[in-house]
Structure formats: C-alpha cells, structure tokens
Design a protein around this ligand. Structure first.
Ligand SMILES: CC(C)(COP(=O)(O)OP(=O)(O)OC[C@H]1O[C@@H](n2cnc3c(N)ncnc32)[C@H](O)[C@@H]1OP(=O)(O)O)[C@@H](O)C(=O)NCCC(=O)NCCS
Length: 157
C-alpha cells in the first residue's frame, strides 16, 4: 500500500461519500451494514484514510461449506461431517479514488488474519465474486474456484 490506512470496525464513520463503482456495494455500506452488525449477521470493517474518510470496506460472517463440494484432496483430510465451518467474505469494495493502490488486497489479508485468529474455528474463507473480473482478483490473491461454480472461491485458513 502506498498510503497509510487504519482498518477498524464500522462505527460512527461518514458513509455518505463512498463511491466504489458498484451502486449495490455503495448502498450496502450506506444503508445496510450497520443494521447487519446490530443484528449479528455480519461484521463490517472499514479502511480509513489519513483524512478520516472511508477508503474501503469488507464484511465477514460465519458460514459453512458442503464437504462434498470441496476438492477431493482437501475433503479427504477432513472429518466426514456433512458441512465444514467457513468464514464468508460477504462484501468487499474500495473507493474509486483509492483503487489500484493495493488496498483491496490489504483488506482481504486483514479479513484472513481476523478469521485465522478467531477462537471460533473455520476451515476456509469463502467468497461469491460478483463478476468474472472480481473472481480473477480473488484468484490472484490465492483463492481457488470451487468446482464448476464460476463465482464461488475458497481459500483454506
Ligand atoms: C476489486 C477491488 C476490491 C480491487 O481493489 P484494489 O484496491 O483496486 O486492488 P489492489 O490494488 O489491492 O490489487 C491487489 C492485487 O490484485 C491485482 N488485481 C486487481 N484487480 C484484479 C483483477 N480484476 N484480476 C486480477 N488481478 C487483479 C492487482 O494487480 C494487485 O496485484 P499485485 O499486488 O500482485 O501487484 C476494487 O477494484 C473494487 O472495489 N471494485 C468494485 C467493487 C468490486 O468489484 N468488489 C468485489 C466484490 S466481489
């Protein structure tokens, strides 16, 4: 990253000026993220720039993966439970003015660290990429596509 950012849970930050290029992801941050946190269905972390603005955000939540959907070489090392626990990287967006500065990669790395350190165990991080471009971004960061599903990718923790 070429600029310093602080990554912290979404709280009283000003969300109104956030523009990532995806209306749905901007709207989520502005209208839904805090409610999801209050209802304990997802945690939202924001990257704050030196001026205090939100430069990017991601959400994580508990999830699960069907064991039989995992690549056989991974599944064979796991107990024969029907599902294994996972952490869902639900949403990820970087403000347009901050894109291309390695912030997206840093946010994913931060999510992986938090998931690895959590006391509630999870086998992998899972993400549903919103399009083919996003899927290639996650592949670049070490995620692999789950079988024939072109949008779902995982990375073992
Ligand atoms: C996708 C997004 C999060 C990437 O964030 P970013 O800060 O611009 O990306 P970074 O600068 O951190 O890129 C990290 C690395 O991924 C690479 N990369 C970025 N986009 C890529 C893509 N589409 N395909 C392959 N590699 C990609 C970068 O070259 C960089 O590689 P390097 O570290 O080896 O040099 C950002 O463009 C965005 O918010 N887009 C709109 C919303 C969106 O699509 N979100 C994804 C939701 S599923």
């Amino acid at each position: 990253m070429s600029q310093p950012y602080r990554i912290e849970p979404l709280d009283g930050h000003d969300r109104s000026a956030f523009v990532s290029g995806s209306d749905a992801l901007d709207r989520y941050l502005q209208q839904q993220a805090k409610q999801d946190m209050r209802r304990r269905v997802a945690t939202c972390f924001v990257a704050v720039d030196i001026e205090g603005g939100i430069a990017g955000y991601y959400t994580i939540a508990a999830s699960s993966l069907v064991l039989d959907a995992l690549p056989p070489e991974q599944a064979k090392r796991l107990p024969r439970y029907p599902t294994v626990p996972a952490v869902l990287l639900g949403r990820l967006a970087v403000a347009q003015s901050h894109q291309g500065k390695r912030l997206g990669g840093a946010l994913v790395a931060d999510a992986l660290i938090r998931a690895t350190r959590a006391e509630v165990m999870a086998y992998a991080m899972v993400v549903d990429a919103k399009d083919a471009v996003a899927a290639r971004f996650y592949e670049h960061l070490g995620f692999t596509r789950l079988g024939d599903d072109q949008r779902r990718l995982i990375r073992a923790l």
